[in-house]
Design a binder for this molecule. Sequence first.
Ligand SMILES: Cc1ncc(COP(=O)(O)O)c(C=O)c1O
Length: 311
Amino acid sequence: MIDGLHIATDEIVITNGALEALNLCLMAVTRPGDTVLIESPTFYAALQSIERMGLRTVEVPSHPRDGIDLNAMEWALERHKPKACWLMTNFQNPLGSLLSDDKKKALVTLLTKHQVPLIEDDVYGELYFGDKRPIPAKAFDTEGLVMHCSSFSKCLAPGYRVGWVATGRYSKVIERLKLTTTLSASVPAQVALAKYLQKGGYDKHLRNLRHTLLVNQIKFIEAIERYFPEGTRLTTPQGGYFLWVKLPDGVNALEIHRMALANGISIAPGPIFSAQRGFTDYIRLNYGHIWDARIEASIATLGAIVKDLIP
Ligand SMILES: Cc1ncc(COP(=O)(O)O)c(C=O)c1O
């Protein structure tokens, strides 16, 4: 049982973090020159991988709350004949969006109709604020077309670099790619994690982490409402680490990024999440930091910077 899915152990390949899992999947189903369908905005490492492998992107718009637009996706599938689709179903980075179960099912049905494999990045799925873990799209996969990737990086320990992929019908090719690139994931790290999991403290740890993240999110949103100028908009994600903030019209996110850094504050500007360098008036904030007076002061400073940059 993994992430709410019943997966045979020989379908799982252990990797060096989720990023290696995602890259292996992409290598398994594409050749240079192929087109890959991604959501927009998207996790910037997806853009980097696609570029490095000589692939083309088709960006499909994603709603900040409900995720990828399936009508636009259907059109893109017909028009561009992509060889893979790479996206996040649960608490997307940077949007924080969550696809409903119905939408996940419709997504898998659509991709199955076109026989396009889905590379599902689910690294934040455990970090839900509701009653139960949202299921992955993989749960609706009947033909082995979904490769479900995750890791312990976001929930427990980034430094261990232990991730995995449930490979669907691509087991053989992913196993071969893993063997011929990095051979295996670190065994001592896996043993340490296995011992930790056997002790039974992981569920309690996750409950605490979810609670901390929810409290942080509430504090962040309150502070943004207090310190940011009128015209700022944001959604309230139901899990994960991120707030996707729309700045007042005309405020340049790259400029905000530069001035924030000069004040010792790190934010992610919208354009890094798009191959077209769009989202120039959006920023992503990470509320994973424990709330304290220093964080509040940083948000106040950020709000003042945004105000100054309103044209
Ligand atoms: C959306 C997303 N996917 C994948 C990763 C990579 O995860 P890992 O550290 O397990 O390689 C990250 C890390 O930032 C991420 O934000």
